[in-house]
Design a protein around this ligand. Structure first.
Ligand code: 5RP
Length: 236
């Protein structure tokens, strides 16, 4: 089975198991989470899912919801009132503690806000995303205020991180996030021994100028992991 089909399997499994009529839903970003958004859109169109209220984690997801006529709200709107029943999102990496690295699509800030505002949090991924140790082979995104770029890079180096400013494709200069900020992609390749994601998540966020980082260690998500043989493992 190819990866596209695996992503669709993960998205469908999560929606079938967790999504119900009337829910306030956080909808994730990226090629795997979008399969869940499209599947939800299909159910809404068929009348098989009713009265949902959705929050998008990015501009990409907002556009997809508009296209699928999924009713969109803001986290601040009275109908949502700052809390959600469920969020379904993707991940760049997941380890066996259900800790994740996210932000490959640059949406980590709103993704974390919405994840942390949700009673239930679910990650959809294919088995290639499972790793023994986060932060070594896939960069962890750090969203920063533009003015803080050089300072934050120096502080991250003290934590053992190698830092690269994320460059845009088909636009000269850096990627600018949905919130007008910049992204650093950092790796911990040179750390001898273990990388401690829960500690790093806090340490990185204590650096002035950092808006948010792509270690997700606090929510203990359910995970729907699509296998190449067509099955989906559910990690509760
Ligand atoms: C975006 C994310 C995505 O969920 C993550 O990059 C996974 O994307 P994909 O499913 O396309 O591999 O965190 O900021």
């Amino acid at each position: 089975m190819d990866r596209k089909a695996m992503k669709e399997n993960a998205g469908k499994a999560a929606v079938d198991k967790l999504v119900r009529d009337g829910m306030k839903l956080g909808l994730g970003t990226g090629s795997t989470a979008i399969t869940a958004v499209r599947y939800i859109g299909g159910l809404v169109e068929q009348g098989a899912l009713n009265n949902i209220k959705a929050i998008a984690t990015s501009f990409q997801t907002e556009l997809e919801c508009e296209k699928r006529r999924i009713p969109l709200y803001s986290l601040n709107s009275p109908e949502i009132n700052g809390s959600l029943d469920l969020t379904i999102d993707g991940a760049d990496q997941i380890d066996h503690d259900h800790f994740c690295v996210k932000g490959g699509g640059g949406a980590l800030f709103r993704e974390k806000l919405i994840a942390y505002a949700s009673k239930t949090y679910a990650i959809v991924a294919d088995e290639t995303k499972i790793v023994d140790m986060l932060g070594r082979t896939f960069p962890v995104a750090v969203e920063i205020i533009p003015e803080s770029r050089v300072f934050v890079c120096m502080e991250l180096a003290k934590l053992g991180a190698e830092c690269v400013l994320r460059e845009a494709v088909r636009k000269a200069g850096p990627v600018v996030t949905d919130h007008g900020n910049l992204l650093l992609d950092i790796t911990f390749k040179s750390i001898a021994g273990l990388v401690y994601p829960a500690l790093l998540e806090e340490q990185i966020n204590h650096i002035p100028g950092v808006v948010e980082n792509g270690f997700f260690t606090k929510k203990g998500p359910h995970a729907f992991i699509a296998r190449e043989d067509g099955t989906v493992d559910i990690w509760d």
